[in-house]
Design a protein around this ligand. Sequence first.
Ligand code: FNR
Length: 377
Amino acid sequence: PSLDHISNLYDFEYLASQILSNQAWAYYSSGADDEITMRENHSAYHRIFFKPRVLVDVEHVDTSTEFLGQKVDLPFYVSATALCKLGNPKEGEKDIARGCGMGPKKVVQMISTLASCSLQEIVEAAPSKDQIQWFQLYVNSDRKVTDDLIAEAQRLGLKALFITVDAPSLGNREKDAKVKFSAEKLGPKAMEQNKADKEKSKEVAEKGASRALSKFIDPSLSWKDIIEIKKKTKLPIVIKGVQRSEDVLKAAEIGVAGVVLSNHGGRQLDFSRSPVEVLAEVAPILREKNLHDSFEIYIDGGVRRGTDILKALCLGAKGVGLGRPFLYANSTYGKEGVRKLIDTLSFELEMSMRLLGVNSIKELNPDFLDLSALKAK
Ligand code: FNR
């Protein structure tokens, strides 16, 4: 169907389920174990309600904000997802870069260590000079590989390092494990440069794409390593995959720029709580400790509507990431699909801001929310 028939993000998902290869659909759509967390990520947003303000002049609404000190047009971003060529074999992550930069409102793209295009290709594909890209880092057991990746990201002008810490071991994604995966043909581009990784990627993983990729990640990663990496780079560091207040405070203590509250889209530990619920708990603690201005909280998982974004922002998130929806839009319509997704979400967000009675992102606060259903649970 033509893109005009796409009304919302679920339409992309449905179409992707119909046209993607078994392998791509299994890898993209799967969650861990019984997929309870994957569903909960979204359904937790259903327990948050709005308290709109009326008779406010909302003729003009401004969706811009700042991420890590840089102005952005929209408060949401593309979260890192590996292997975009599984669904869009020719263009992969390059079409996401194009979609993010080709409209009037630019969207930030976080690029995975396990991208199927090289970092340089993705950076060069970005059509607009003032388009922001971030690098998502999986720390390799061989720290030289990691140092080289960081240097490359810096050289290419990426603006931040998001270090993923929720995958010391691979989540049990059974749908995906049933489909064989050849890392040699489709494996991550960045890993082709390292000899040991090259050998690993030659192996045909009998148990799915996820297991093949997990070989690249160091399970011994700890707080000490983050402190070491921080010493070596000028890029702001954000820790991705934090799931409890204690760890948010620890991250603030070691002086990184922020965290992403995330459970990896429900692909790691099943029965992890939804990030938005964690956010409702953490945000007041940060305010109490006066850290809410200096330390940035991002959130991802289950975000599918403008209202989801608005709720997270009211609670105190700086920005909101989406993973699967961009994979589905990119796999069904390439860059045009990515653009359509952005425009759809941007339209929903603007409309919801008007209906809530606000003109700008900075006006949002928890008083606009009724959290009783979230807390009563
Ligand atoms: C991911 N995610 C992920 N995260 C990361 O830090 N590095 C990665 O390479 C990947 N790869 C990846 C592949 C696929 C297929 C999915 C679905 C997810 C997690 C991603 O960044 C994000 O946390 C979730 O996707 C957010 O949940 P939603 O929006 O997919 O519900």
